[in-house]
Write a protein that binds this ligand. Structure first.
Ligand SMILES: [Zn+2]
Length: 318
């Protein structure tokens, strides 16, 4: 990118708390300036490209043809987890509509929005599905229309995530639920690589870099209940050194087994005289607790996976 382009970039306030106080973190590998809000800790690009410059990128790449089947299945699992089996569902940024199609098949009254004309065209061609070519801000849904609103890999791209979530809250019925995914910056890989500008999710179109903590801030600010985090193997670290406490979420053992696989064989033999495959969940957590002393993670909430799925219920005004 040329220097001229960077001159057009704009300084922005924190999108979550509107604070003007931010500190520079570093310049990423492809030249973006990562900043951290001094008030709430949210990390984001500033200065950053204008919305027109980012839009141009979306139009030049075939961004919408990638369907993430795993993500669609995870959403169906989260719906089942919350005992949600029918109703009105909206998928914002639905791409070619894979989730909309599957949800319809399962009995949901599901609709999708995507700003890309190509996405709508492919949805029609491949799935015989009508999706609406629009941003949420330009849509005109009545308040309290949907039981569930889904946004997969949307908020990290959004110029105003707070405005989107406020509108999502408005169009949800009382007791309705939002389900969304984003990368989580407080993931183990990023921390173990010592927070390097080379981290793979610092790509130009990710202007927001959420963590579990800033997801809580976002949801609380807008008026959602405490979120549940899914599928990311999250865990809390308390204390440090030999006394470190690792408090695992229910999904932590499964995620840890898939991430660490055979690399736990030696400690499993040393500590419990068995192979890593034979470890119970609590033995696995104990090994990783000892390991966590070496990882040098500060107190806080982390995930094993670099992506997090979040679900939260709207707070209803009575
Ligand atoms: Zn902030």
């Amino acid at each position: 990118m040329g220097e001229n382009a960077i001159k057009d970039w704009v300084e922005v306030n924190c999108a979550l708390c509107d604070s003007t106080e931010k500190e520079a973190v570093f310049k990423t590998r492809d030249g973006h300036f990562l900043a951290r809000c001094v008030n709430c800790g949210f990390q984001f690009y500033s200065p950053r490209p204008t919305s027109q410059q980012i839009e141009a990128y979306y139009h030049e790449e075939e961004f919408y043809e990638k369907t993430n089947i795993t993500a669609v299945e995870i959403v169906m699992d989260i719906l089942a987890h919350h005992n949600l089996h029918q109703g009105k569902l909206l998928d914002i940024g639905c791409g070619v509509g894979a989730l909309v199609a599957l949800a319809q098949k399962k009995g949901w009254e599901a609709v999708g929005l995507d700003p890309s004309p190509r996405a709508a065209e492919l949805a029609k061609q491949v799935l015989d599905l009508e999706i609406t070519q629009s941003y949420l801000a330009e849509s005109n849904f009545e308040p309290e229309t949907f039981d569930v609103v889904v946004l997969l890999a949307v908020l990290e791209h959004a110029f105003d995530p707070l405005a989107i979530m406020r509108q999502v809250k408005d169009i949800l019925k009382p007791g309705g639920r939002v389900i969304f995914s984003t990368p989580n910056l407080d993931n183990l890989t990023y921390h173990l690589m010592d927070h390097k500008p080379e981290y793979s999710w610092f790509i130009k179109e990710h202007i927001n870099h959420f963590t579990l903590k800033t997801h809580r801030t976002l949801l609380k600010t807008v008026g959602f209940q405490e979120p549940e985090f899914h599928m990311c193997g999250h865990f809390t670290i308390e204390g440090g050194g030999a006394d470190v406490k690792l408090l695992p979420s229910p999904t932590f053992p499964r995620a840890a087994r898939s991430l660490f696989a055979g690399s736990l064989d030696a400690p499993a033999q040393n500590l419990f005289a068995k192979s890593s495959a034979a470890l119970s969940d609590s033995e696995l957590v104990e090994i990783l607790r000892q390991q966590a002393g070496l990882w040098n993670l500060g107190e806080g909430e982390y995930s094993l996976s670099d992506a997090v799925y979040v679900s939260a219920q709207k707070v209803d005004c009575s």
